[in-house]
Write a protein that binds this ligand. Structure first.
Ligand SMILES: [Fe+2]
Ligand SMILES: [Fe+2]
Length: 478
């Protein structure tokens, strides 16, 4: 395990090295050397992975750890808000022209409206009474420095009104090569945000007040009060993205050095009798039946081992984002653990959550943005936008297969409607009224993949929009 950790740290250092030296990528020799080194490192990592023991965590090896966990203090009474995936895009970076329209038409996110949505949300946050706000990542469209600075200004206003704000990065936020603006029907490069800049911009929103932070990632811990720690866990792969490799990863992972840091934090919290709430960008539990089969990049890699470890240390609730659905699922490992995913402010139904803990009972309620400046019936507007962009996305996928045009229309409409069910939470089964109009080939295509839309229409337990959890027993309160 230690060997694996060291190799990974070494790999990170090599990645940073390549970012900082001036390699001419058109130079064949440079590319060959880089590829050879990468191949050797990757081989060593793979060999060490298969040769190391499956018992990667301290709790699996050290029986004494169990003794720290016997004390079960109550949770303190507290109230907080969760809002996720703002995907804010600074209007100063340009929102017109052919390229922007092309982008908007195939994106499920309401990027053009993101400023007005954040205007409204910050107005609501200022008017509400709560202790702190957590934001599980994807604060910006694609990590533009200017967008991050403007998001921080909104958060500053919320803090000025007596609430604390805590953020963690999402896959779009750091070292994102796609950071760009739109002008005269063209795109242009804009300043990106590196990890040091991210920490600086959000220093007032977690980093400055942290009692512990991880030097291998953007993770940190804050003490909310005497009895409660909040862990912000960085699940993103920004270390492996740079201007040079032009990569952007949707999937997420907790790298071994960070896992080691996290487990030590959990041991400390147990020894000090602190309760823990954790938040991160990627999902910890499957949110629909075929989540790991079709869309595993929305779950953190090796999510089962991480869930088991967190549950061993009595972490009951993990707040996540990323897939843009308002969905809660639970799993019984050693103890019961909940993944409380919050949808995106810029995707239908633009939800956020209000959480209260009273006598160790957590009550979770969903709220929505109902109007923004210039759009009164915002829910109808948002639904149309999200359905239209999802339909287009499915059309593009289906067009790659030999499916008739009419079938593509019918199937993409049904898939888009199914996904809307999952985005809203408390999913209901919908009728496939146009099934009869599909050709025989369309019906066969549907037969092959129907498990995916069906899984978006079937809510996994528990309820998503109004829920009470007993944080001591881990049970849902009916
Ligand atoms: Fe997102
Ligand atoms: Fe994301």
């Amino acid at each position: 395990m230690l060997f694996f950790n060291k190799l990974l740290i070494h790999k990170l250092k090599v990645e940073f090295f390549f970012k900082n030296i001036n390699i001419n990528y058109n130079n064949g020799q440079g590319v060959l050397i880089k590829k050879t080194i990468k191949f050797l490192i990757l081989s060593l990592v793979v060999i060490s992975f298969f040769s190391c023991s499956k018992k990667n965590f301290l709790y699996q090896k050290d029986k004494n750890i169990q003794n720290f966990l016997k004390e079960k203090p109550n949770y303190p009474d507290i109230k907080f808000v969760v809002a996720s995936d703002f995907h804010y895009f600074s209007p100063d970076l340009g929102m017109e022209g052919k390229e922007f329209e092309k982008y908007i038409n195939r994106d499920r996110k309401m990027i053009r409206e993101s400023k007005f949505i954040l205007d409204k949300f910050s107005e609501i946050a200022i008017s509400l009474d709560f202790d702190f706000l957590i934001i599980p990542g994807d604060l910006t469209k694609d990590g533009e420095y200017k967008s991050h600075r403007e998001v921080a200004n909104y958060l500053k206003k919320i803090e000025k009104n007596g609430k604390d704000v805590y953020v963690i990065c999402g896959n779009h936020d750091v070292n994102n090569y796609n950071a760009k603006g739109y002008k005269n029907s063209k795109t242009y490069r804009v300043k990106q945000t590196g990890y040091k800049q991210f920490k600086k911009i959000y220093s007032d929103f977690g980093y400055k007040e942290s009692i512990y932070s991880d030097k291998h990632s953007l993770s940190y811990v804050v003490e909310i009060n005497r009895d409660l720690w909040l862990i912000a866990l960085d699940s993103c792969l920004w270390q492996f993205q740079s201007k040079l490799n032009k990569k952007s990863f949707t999937n997420g992972r907790i790298n071994p050095p960070t896992l080691h840091w996290l487990e030590n934090i959990l041991i400390k919290s147990a020894k000090k009798n602190k309760k823990v709430i954790l938040f991160m960008h990627h999902g910890l539990l499957e949110h629909f039946k075929k989540n790991s089969k079709y869309l595993k990049e929305y779950l953190v890699d090796d999510y089962k081992s991480l869930g088991k470890m967190l549950s061993f240390y009595n972490v009951k609730t993990v707040f996540t984002g990323h897939f843009h659905s308002q969905d809660i699922t639970m799993e019984k490992y050693k103890n019961t653990i909940y993944d409380i995913e919050t949808g995106s402010l810029v995707t239908y139904p633009s939800p956020y959550r209000i959480i209260t803990i009273n006598n160790s009972i957590m009550s979770i309620k969903s709220k929505k943005i109902n109007s923004i400046d210039g759009i009164k019936d915002f829910q109808i507007y948002a639904k149309n936008h999200t359905k239209r962009s999802n339909k287009l996305l499915f059309q593009n996928i289906l067009n790659e297969y030999p499916v008739k045009k009419k079938d593509v229309q019918i199937l993409s409409d049904y898939l888009a409607e199914s996904l809307l069910q999952h985005f809203s939470g408390d999913e209901k089964r919908i009728n496939f009224n146009n099934y009869k109009d599909l050709s025989i080939f369309g019906k066969f295509a549907f037969f092959l993949k129907k498990d995916l839309p069906y899984s978006w229409q079937k809510d996994l337990i528990p309820e998503d929009n109004s829920l009470k959890i007993n944080l001591i027993t881990g049970e849902v309160i009916k």
